[in-house]
Design a binder for this molecule. Structure first.
Ligand SMILES: N[C@@H](CCC(=O)N[C@@H](CS)C(=O)NCC(=O)O)C(=O)O
Length: 204
């Protein structure tokens, strides 16, 4: 398997999962400029990471699909719940919170509202994003009460939540009082697979 990633991007979640699975894989670094080349657009027409390529040429995009595929193709890693439909739904519930709620809430902070062309207005969209993100992380913090992992056992949802928490810390989102989230972040940082993925990405 070949994972196309950009350092510290949401593809770091797939990188961590590949480390947890422990089977050989190749990590291919893709810069912002690379993402717009014809060569990369043939891999992912969205010009985004992650993308996962199989040896037979099959390419999968969309992070939630990739993470679910990795969990399903390596059941021995136990990253997709306990085998029950309800447990898998819980994994996908929290993967959805990370991928579909928290990740897009960062967009104004990453410049998506620059087109407004008005510094004050842009600043307000960023403040609104920061407020929304604090609310979303509050939900994650509540869920982590009494749990080491977001669903109770380690799954594909945890690395994604780690990645967005990492972004939040880098962007000075107010996470004060979220002690469960801080504990979860430290657990992830102390994990050998997480460290290997961070090191390979040069994202320590
Ligand atoms: N819906 C896509 C979003 C992926 C995404 O936003 N990737 C970011 C990095 S975290 C990216 O490559 N952005 C570049 C772009 O969209 O131009 C997914 O879940 O895979």
């Amino acid at each position: 398997m070949k994972l196309y990633y950009s350092p510290g991007a949401c593809s770091l979640s797939d990188h961590i999962v590949l480390e947890w699975i422990g089977q050989p894989y190749e990590a291919v670094r893709v810069s912002r400029e690379d993402r717009q080349t014809a060569e990369y657009l043939a891999i992912n027409p969205a010009g985004a990471v992650p993308a996962l390529a199989a040896p037979d040429g099959w390419v999968l995009t969309q992070n939630a699909a990739i993470l679910n595929y990795l969990a399903d193709s390596h059941p021995e890693a136990g990253l997709g719940g306990d085998g029950s439909a309800r447990s898998r739904a819980e994994v996908n519930r929290w993967l959805g919170v990370a991928n579909a709620d928290i990740h897009p809430a960062f967009h104004p902070l990453f410049g998506s509202t620059a087109y407004l062309g008005d510094a004050d207005l842009i600043d307000r969209t960023k403040q609104a994003a920061a407020t929304k993100l604090r609310g979303l992380f509050a939900r994650v913090d509540r869920q982590l009460e009494g749990r080491d992992w977001i669903t109770g056992s380690r799954s594909i949802a945890d690395p994604y939540l780690f990645v967005v928490t990492r972004w939040a810390r880098a962007m000075d989102i107010d996470l004060s009082g979220f002690d469960n989230l801080a504990r979860f972040f430290d657990t992830m940082l102390g994990d050998a697979g997480v460290q290997r993925a961070l090191l390979q990405e040069g994202a320590t």
